[in-house]
Ligand binder design. Structure first.
Ligand code: DLL
Length: 431
């Protein structure tokens, strides 16, 4: 099933024509209505009419988070406030948040994108969606909410918090689909398992997003819940969730290319990369009225394929996000992504599903310690088993990372859970 079959199966040539037309329009629109873009263009003598082909997008300077911060709160808006009917903002752990403004048409396009993604995950209007994303300035809660409504399914706007109550409601309301961050979905699964209520849940679908997850994490969730996990991607700067999502093939996330024009760039040389090459995702919004963004540097590392998918969709697919350029750890000169560590830990049945990574510097040497919960607490009192398991984890990590990692096994539920986005890395070097 497809929500917008005419777009989702569009011929690439026709799509490129549509994208070019929209690109030309949005570039002129941004130039004429957002002072920051006018200044940027004027400074290098670039005029909207210089954009004649899709490749000409490379003439346009990148937009960064700092640009959005410098124009906080509403300086990037292209319409008067009267036309903005919703605001959202990123949580922004440091400094000012990033603010997004939406016109009525933006909200309508947004829910279309979400309805497409939920449909490609296998949802129908008969599903009961338990939305455990936070409702508020975060784009996840309201973003998914209106997408579920547009699909015509039932939405249960639980928001985040109170895990046991969430499970009670999932059971009592017969939720068939869960929307949550992967870490929170796992928290719900572990809690349901420990309370013995997993068999009472009717979930068949878990739609996740807002943070990185691995294939191994999806497998664990599938086993625990007996439901099909998919993931989707987006960011506040370009509107929130709905940029892309996985279909049943789970062979990458289909990008809503009629609304978002993706590029992958080489982080060091800022050069645009080709199909299949790993680099930073750069996004241009093709339809946003409230806050158009040209060539936004997401910092998310991924790759794109334009091969049509076995599901019948022709929309390009981005691979799972490997990590962010700003959360790549450099340990004694070796690049480490937390997702590599997760892949190792999640594939070991003896381990629980919660872990954290502590990085420090001792005597000018970087150290890295992985703390991971065991699945069964009794293991912690069996010294020889414990030692063997630690050795096995270290070995598996060494194979993937080419690095010696300290491993500490801890009791189930001893690492603090979060209800929104999880923070896996504690970097004490930054103190
Ligand atoms: O997290 C939007 C969203 C909400 C997406 C719900 C999907 C579902 P922000 O809070 O602005 O917006 O955070 C955006 O989160 O740049 C990525 O680094 C990360 N992120 C989002 N989705 C994924 C994903 C929302 N599927 C930032 N995989 C992005 C990996 C993701 N990282």
């Amino acid at each position: 099933m497809m929500f917008s079959p005419e777009i989702e199966t569009i011929d690439r040539k026709a799509l490129r024509e549509m994208q070019l037309e929209r690109l030309k329009y949005i570039v002129r629109y941004a130039y004429e209505n957002v002072p920051m873009y006018r200044r940027r263009f004027d400074a290098i003598g670039l005029k909207p009419e210089h954009i004649r082909t899709l490749k000409d997008i490379e003439l346009i300077p990148y937009t960064t988070k700092d640009d959005l911060r410098d124009n906080y709160p509403f300086g990037m808006f292209a319409v008067p406030m009267k036309k903005i009917i919703r605001l959202h903002a990123s949580s922004g752990t440091t400094g000012k948040p990033v603010v997004g403004g939406y016109t009525r048409k933006d909200l309508d396009n947004w829910s279309t994108c979400i309805a497409r993604i939920l449909t490609m995950a296998g949802a129908t209007d008969e599903d009961i969606f338990h939305v455990a994303f936070g409702y508020g300035l975060f784009t996840g809660g309201f973003g998914l909410h209106y997408g579920v409504e547009k699909l015509g399914a039932t939405v249960v706007p639980v928001s985040s918090g109170n895990t046991e109550r969430q499970l009670m409601l999932m059971k009592d309301f017969g939720a068939t689909a869960l929307i949550a961050t992967p870490s929170y979905a796992m928290y719900l699964a572990e809690t349901a398992k420990s309370k013995g209520i997993l068999p009472d849940l009717k979930l068949r679908l878990i739609c996740m997003g807002a943070e990185a997850s691995t294939a191994e994490m999806h497998e664990s969730l599938q086993k625990l819940f007996g439901a099909f996990p998919t993931e989707n991607y987006g960011l506040t700067e370009v509107g929130g969730p709905g940029v892309s999502g996985e279909c049943r093939e789970k062979a990458g996330m289909h990008i809503n290319e009629d609304m978002f024009y993706p590029e992958i760039v080489d982080i060091e040389h800022n050069r645009v990369l080709g199909e299949g090459e790993l680099g930073e995702m750069v996004i241009t919004t093709l339809t946003k009225e409230g806050m158009p963004v040209l060539r936004y540097r997401t910092k998310d590392i991924t790759s794109i394929t334009y091969e049509p998918c076995r599901c019948g969709r022709t929309l390009a697919r981005m691979s799972r996000v490997v990590g962010r350029t700003d959360d790549m750890l450099i340990i004694r000169g070796v690049n480490v992504f937390p997702s590599q560590i997760e892949s190792v830990l999640m594939s070991m049945d003896e381990l629980g599903k919660m872990y954290e990574i502590v990085v420090d510097r001792v005597n000018y040497m970087d150290t890295i310690e992985v703390r991971v919960e065991v699945d069964d607490a009794s293991l912690l009192t069996d010294y020889s088993k414990l030692e063997a398991l630690v050795a096995k984890i270290k070995h598996n990590l060494r194979v993937v990372l080419q690095l010696d990692v300290k491993v500490k096994l801890v009791e189930p539920f001893s690492i603090r859970r979060t209800e929104g986005k999880v923070k896996r890395v504690i970097d004490l070097r930054k103190k």
